[in-house]
Design a protein around this ligand. Structure first.
Ligand code: BDP
Length: 718
């Protein structure tokens, strides 16, 4: 390389670094970008924020808050905030009543914000305009600091702050389905971020950034490993690795949990049984818990998938879920640990509708679980489909705290390739009314504990995080992580508001951009429903990888793993009869909902084929036949993706090139695959019903054999 080129190269790199552009826009910084503000905005900010008063001997958590504030201000303005001890015009005052006498002197409603809440106020103190970030605990201060920075990033008026906020749900956790070999079950963003092999001695800067991102949303726990757990995670050397991560996350208020395999006492403990009523087994778990807590004093507890999809569990010994969960709960109880026991159970030997089985098994156990057990229930009764009615267990287990399990990773929604804003899905579930105590008994009220007076509450999201530079495999998938965290803090938030907030922080605050892009995000969920599983259809994805269409799959040994089990299409009609004439799954819902779902006059089109088996010529509310309506929904899905592409193109001026192109490329794949879904599905159903396509509808280009022949042995996430 000649000298001139080298100098020019160096100048370019330097220039890039100074402007922050070199690496800033590959998505790594998530919603915490802290980009330089334009002059006028910087002036407003520096007018409102002139200096920082922090507690004297800050704790590790308070120090994290201070560091974040400084990092952000350096990003916004190029300067750090001076630290001072005197209140003057524009000071930001951070502290708890214990750590700051200035805060203690203010008459603030500390009683209403609990351990994790905060107050964010513009106040006049000694005649000076001051911003107060106050909380009862250092963790509250950290959350308050992130809220303050969100106010700056979303361009709120900093002279009029008046926010009081506390989480509605206690346990707000991510579930990583990460294996010890760094593969990620249903992971579409590269390998696991946990480098188990090099831990505990070698740690990655990413671990801190992970913690920052989660703390910025109020996520306070993380389950590090797959629910299909490997027993080795409980060996001493893995406990040491887990402890190293716990040490990094602790200042950010994030506790670690582990998924455990129920048969671990056999596999790594040398016992010949894992029977939960066996005293040796009980002792083994007690000793194991004691050992973990010696290394991780604030360890959160265990997540358990038992007697589900071949995993071992108490039923292997003719014991119940209660026996299993309570045995583990007893081991954790002296340490304040929690058991999250999953209700994702169904059996191929049970001829009953799969959608009914979890309720059937768990409802009789209501009230029998130990106090430190939460039962973790997926949002719907089958499995993270593009759309499912809410799980009927919500509302019907008044004496057992149920926690929500959402999937953030898009196992059944096009992996990380398809732009689908899941905030809309989460909102639909949380706002769904169970009616168990009359109108307004929403799923949100169940899981925040207010409906049944649960003493413990929780929500989990199956993470979409991997080692990809952008963490989630696409920029827009970051929004799902973000939306999960925001709704975990406050399940009543609006998905659209969250989308707007995220867009402002992630891309641009320009109102034209924000409105247009938020429209696109809000429509994206319905689009995927339309091109994959319209009108209440579900589980039509191809076997194993769950990526493309496979409505024809009928030969798997387990009947309820076959898509034909779900759609039940034949020459006469399509759909799963879950009314009293069929499986009667509707009876698991409270009235008037059961009636609403059963009655063809009242049920919404979106749930139709989930609950009803109907003839192909059934007259829809639109006036079309069911067949014609179905076809038109597939087409609507395609049109929506085309429209998303056009919208994104119109937003080019607002987005940096790297993130723009990446998203545009992904949308191109999405359109191609939406077409694949439409064509394969229509071809298959047409093959079953022998009906003509409605007039003017484009015929799919290939035969059914072609679609059936496609195979994807190397699809990620399996
Ligand atoms: C299904 C996934 C499978 C998970 C299972 C679970 O296909 O990989 O192990 O759920 O949640 O969605 O346990």
């Amino acid at each position: 390389m000649n000298t001139l080129i080298r100098i020019v190269g160096t100048l370019i790199i330097l220039n890039g670094l100074l402007s922050g552009a070199a690496s800033a826009e590959d998505g790594y910084d998530l919603w915490l970008r802290y980009q330089p503000l334009p002059d006028t905005e910087r002036e407003i900010l520096t007018h409102n924020a002139t200096a920082l008063i922090t507690p004297e001997n800050p704790s590790a958590t308070t120090q994290v808050a201070i560091n974040e504030m400084q990092r952000a201000f350096h990003g916004f303005t190029g300067n750090h905030l001076p630290i001072t001890s005197e209140i003057t015009q524009g000071t930001i005052l951070i502290g708890t009543p214990d750590s700051s006498t200035a805060i203690a002197r203010l008459a603030l409603p500390f009683g209403s914000i609990g351990k994790e809440g905060f107050l964010l106020r513009s106040m006049e103190i000694n005649g000076f305009k001051t911003t107060v970030i106050a909380a009862n605990t250092d963790l509250g201060l950290l959350y308050g600091t992130f809220e303050f920075l969100r106010q700056v990033q979303t361009k709120q008026d900093l002279s009029l702050l008046d926010i009081i906020s506390a989480p509605d749900i206690q346990l707000r956790v991510l579930n990583h389905w990460d294996n010890l070999d760094r593969s990620v079950e249903r992971g579409y963003a590269g390998q696991s971020i946990w480098d188990w092999w090099r831990l505990p001695t070698v740690t990655e800067p990413r671990y801190q950034d992970y913690a920052r991102a989660n703390a910025s949303l109020g996520i306070n726990g993380t389950v590090l490993n797959n629910v299909n757990a490997q027993p080795e995670v409980l060996l001493p050397r893995y406990i040491a690795k887990t402890a190293a991560l716990a040490d990094i996350f602790r200042p950010y208020g994030i506790r670690v949990f582990l998924s455990v395999r129920f048969s671990s006492p056999i596999e790594i403990g040398g016992l010949d049984t894992a029977d939960p009523l066996n005293p040796e087994v009980q002792q083994w778990w007690k000793d194991k818990a004691d050992e973990i807590y010696r290394h991780i004093p604030d360890f959160g507890g265990f997540l358990v998938k038992a007697n589900s999809e071949g995993q071992p569990g108490p039923q292997d010994y003719d014991r119940t879920h209660v026996d299993g969960a309570n045995m583990l709960a007893a081991a954790l109880e002296p340490h304040d640990g929690t058991v999250m026991w999953r209700a994702f159970v169904y059996s191929e030997h049970n001829p009953v509708d799969r959608a009914k089985q979890a309720y059937d098994q768990f409802k009789p156990l209501d009230g029998d679980f130990a106090d430190n057990v939460l039962v973790q229930v997926k949002n719907g009764a089958i499995d993270f489909q593009p759309r499912e009615p809410f799980h009927p267990m919500f509302g019907t287990m008044p004496n057992t705290p149920l926690m929500m399990e959402f999937q953030i990773t898009q196992e059944y929604l096009g992996f990380s390739t398809h732009l689908v804003y899941l905030g809309a899905l989460y909102e639909e579930v949380l706002k769904a009314d169970t009616y168990v105590q009359g109108k307004g008994s929403t799923v949100a009220r169940v899981i925040d504990g207010s409906l049944h007076g649960y003493k413990q509450t929780g929500i989990a999201g199956v993470a979409n995080i991997g080692v990809d530079r952008d963490w989630s495999g696409s920029i827009f998938n970051q929004a799902d992580w973000y939306a999960f965290g925001r709704l975990a803090w406050n399940p009543d938030l609006d998905a659209r508001d969250i989308a707007e907030e995220w867009l402002k922080m992630t891309f641009s605050t320009d109102p034209e951009f924000v409105q247009t892009a938020a429209d696109m995000m809000m429509r994206s969920r319905e689009a995927v429903v339309d091109y994959m599983t319209p009108l209440g259809l579900a589980h039509l994805m191809d076997t194993g990888h769950h990526y493309g269409p496979g409505p024809w799959v009928s030969e798997l040994a387990r009947p309820e793993w076959n898509p034909v089990y779900y759609h039940r299409a034949d020459s006469e009609g399509i759909g799963f009869d879950r009314t009293p004439t069929g499986s009667n799954a509707v009876e698991q819902y409270a009235e008037p909902l059961a009636q609403h779902f059963s009655d063809l006059d009242t049920i919404d089109d979106k749930d139709l084929l989930w609950f009803h088996h109907l003839p192909w010529d059934y007259q829809m509310k639109s006036g079309k036949t069911l067949w014609n309506e179905l076809v038109s929904r597939y087409d609507r899905g395609i049109e929506e993706v085309e429209s998303m592409q056009a919208i994104w193109e119109s937003l080019r001026p607002y987005v940096d090139q790297q993130r723009f192109e990446r998203t545009a490329d992904l949308l191109e794949v999405q359109l191609e695959e939406a077409n694949w879904w439409r064509n394969a599905s229509i071809t298959y159903f047409q093959n079953v019903n022998g009906l003509e396509l409605p007039e003017g509808i484009e015929a799919p280009p290939y035969s059914l054999e072609h679609y059936k022949s496609l195979s994807f042995p190397y699809a990620p996430g399996i």
